[in-house]
Write a protein that binds this ligand. Structure first.
Ligand code: IPE
Ligand code: IPE
Ligand code: MG
Length: 260
């Protein structure tokens, strides 16, 4: 009999995996494109910033829900390489929110045994953000609970190009032969090296595109597009997506389990 303590709201510290959800076919690694903050604000007659602020609360709810459900890894797209094209005021607000989030939530995340990693290129022009991101990774590096990865100033094409450059440098230095460059070898140079394979990508707000997020890693991930705007996202939506994932048949190029 599966433990249902998690569903009745047991503490996440003692929670065991909720095998009742998704018939026990839980994804290990879920990534979310958190989209729709601006449209949420517009629908409520509020400035875009208020949508982002409410989006941070949805981040908190998602991390808690991911722990309670028993996911191993949660990767959140917080700021893309392309988001620098937004107005300066909006970028400043987003950077301010990131700093405030780390300052207010890092201790609690650490206490909850969450390991936080940052992928992407960081913010070379803002040493304060760089320091906060490094401190976050160092403080939580030995935690073995939920692996929370935040994609910040992240772009998948850029990540793949950086990995390719690294391998090219090794070839040029005579440490690697071109024949040794395989998908596994390249994967090991990506920012996501060490994380479990990506099973499920969720995008909120109804948009149906990847927007330069985890293009390599999503090669065989299931994609679930939800109509909810990110500030309204909660555990129920996450469970809906996980249940949808469990209903899918992953074929990886083969044929169905019934022989068809
Ligand atoms: C997602 O919400 C947050 C970031 C991209 C930083 P948006 O700001 O893209 O919201 P919409 O798409 O304009 O509604
Ligand atoms: C993707 O959302 C980036 C993040 C959620 C951080 P965008 O709102 O930037 O994507 P597009 O521009 O609609 O493709
Ligand atoms: Mg958007």
């Amino acid at each position: 009999m599966a433990k249902i303590g998690v569903l009745s709201g047991a503490s996440t510290d003692t929670a065991t995996k909720d095998t009742t959800l998704a018939g026990g076919r839980l994804p290990q690694h879920v990534a979310i494109i958190m989209d729709g903050n601006g449209r949420w604000a517009k629908a409520h007659g509020l400035p875009r910033f208020e949508g982002h602020r409410r989006g941070v609360e949805a981040v908190r709810r998602s991390v808690t829900a991911a722990q309670e459900i028993g996911l191993e890894a949660l990767t959140l797209y917080s700021f893309s390489s392309e988001n620098w094209s937004r107005p300066f005021a909006e970028i400043s607000e987003l950077m301010g929110l990131l700093k405030r989030f780390i300052r207010s939530d890092l201790k609690r995340l650490h206490e909850k045994n969450v390991r936080v990693r940052i992928i992407g290129e960081g913010h070379p022009d803002d040493p304060e953000i760089g320091t906060l991101l490094r401190e976050t990774e160092i403080l939580t590096q030995d935690n073995d609970g939920l692996q929370l990865t935040v994609a910040f100033n992240y772009g998948s094409r850029n990540e793949i190009a950086r990995a390719a450059r690294k391998l090219a440098e090794e070839v040029a230095a005579g440490c690697l032969t071109p024949e040794e460059i395989t998908p596994d070898r390249l994967s090991a140079e990506l920012d996501t090296a060490g994380l479990p394979p990506l099973d499920l990508v969720i995008r909120t707000s109804g948009e149906q595109r990847l927007s330069n997020f985890l293009l390599w890693q999503a090669a065989y991930a299931e994609l679930v597009f939800l109509p909810v705007l990110w500030p309204d996202f909660d555990r129920t939506w996450l469970e809906n997506a996980v249940n949808e994932y469990a209903r899918r048949e992953r074929r990886f190029g083969g044929i169905g389990s019934d022989g068809y």
